[in-house]
Design a protein around this ligand. Structure first.
Ligand code: AHR
Length: 334
């Protein structure tokens, strides 16, 4: 859909305002203030996808989703892997900019360190879509520094895990250990908020320890081993993702505990191993967080190139997997 006259006027006003402020501040470019760069309509696009790490099934599935989409969407895809380093992810984006990408899809590992990548892409005239994770909204905003955020509502995911836990926990007092995701990442911040806010309203629930496991299975296992020493009476483990939940199950079993019987394990994602753990009775629930962003990225960039207005947040709806439906979905899991 082309821009309406009102939208065009508003856009021109914002650019003029941006120019005036930029000159007032002595800046050399207006790009820090004007709207995100447009995307030309082309037969084929050079698309950048900057992955943050590939050490877990979720990340591997997400990267595969972009590769699987590339041919159908007429992309020449440049995909990088920052190997768990925010600094490398910024450098990877620099390199993609130098290679002349038309558009950038960026899952920022952490909220603040990836802001320079967003700003540099904009300054280079490249529209950026944040995928699956976001950046600090106090510094960079959709519709200005980047076009839009494509992803789940992480606060709601945490809230849904908490509500399911309240309905299904059989004991009298919940002694909760929380395994947090990567410190400074949007899902770690928001999944903690969603869950903790609900639990704070219930006197019979206490979060006795909350520590990062960096969204990784092995670190989740190690952190759980340590926390078990200090809190042997734990009876609920809330992990911000399935990989850490599986690591926690391993630690608990090594310590002679029985996940699913004397400890309730609740988590987020929907990986194959988590669904299997639910089927096996070791895990209670996982709220979905889908990694399959390739087709959505293709659809939204097509609309953006056609001049359609894109909402600041293209929200992905998440399902919930429990004993009631895990077996129905395990074949499509990753
Ligand atoms: O940003 C989404 C989260 O990142 C997924 O839940 C997690 O498994 C991944 O590493």
């Amino acid at each position: 859909m082309p821009l309406t006259t009102v939208e065009e006027t508003t856009m021109k006003r914002r650019i003029l305002l941006g120019t005036a402020i930029a000159f007032g501040l002595g800046l050399s470019t207006v790009s820090a203030i004007a709207e995100p760069p447009p995307l030309a309509q082309k037969d084929r696009y050079k698309v950048g996808f900057s992955q943050m790490e590939s050490n877990n099934p979720w990340r591997i599935a997400e990267t595969k989703s972009f590769h699987d989409t590339a041919e159908a969407c007429n992309w020449d895809l440049i995909a990088t892997d920052a190997a768990g380093s925010a600094a490398k992810q910024v450098a990877d984006v620099d390199s993609m900019i130098a290679q002349g990408i038309d558009i950038l899809f960026l899952p920022p590992r952490e909220e603040k360190p990836l802001i320079p990548a967003v700003m540099k892409a904009k300054a280079a005239g490249i529209p950026t879509f944040l995928v699956d994770r976001s950046v600090d909204p106090a510094v960079a905003q959709a519709g200005e520094h980047y076009v839009s955020f494509l992803g789940s509502d992480f606060i709601d995911q945490g809230k849904r895990v908490a509500e399911w836990t309240l309905e299904n926990f059989k004991g009298e007092k919940g002694i909760i250990v929380e395994l947090e995701g990567t410190t400074g990442s949007s899902p770690a911040n928001d999944r903690a908020k969603g869950f903790d806010d609900v639990m704070a309203q219930h006197d019979n629930m206490e979060i006795v320890a909350s520590q990062t496991g960096d969204f990784a299975r092995d670190m989740g296992r190690q952190v759980m081993e340590t926390l078990l020493q200090a809190h042997p009476d734990v009876n609920i483990v809330y992990a911000h993702n399935d990989e850490m939940a599986i690591g926690a199950i391993q630690a608990l079993e090594l310590a002679g505990r029985k996940p699913g019987e004397d400890v309730l394990i609740v988590s987020i994602d929907g990986t194959r191993d988590a669904l299997q753990a639910i089927i096996d009775g070791k895990m209670g629930v996982t709220v979905e967080s889908s990694p399959f962003f390739g087709p959505l990225a293709c659809e939204i960039m097509g609309k953006y190139a056609a001049g359609e207005s894109i909402p600041p947040w293209v929200k992905v709806e998440d399902r919930i997997f429990t004993k009631a439906n895990a077996a129905d979905h395990i074949d499509e899991a990753y």
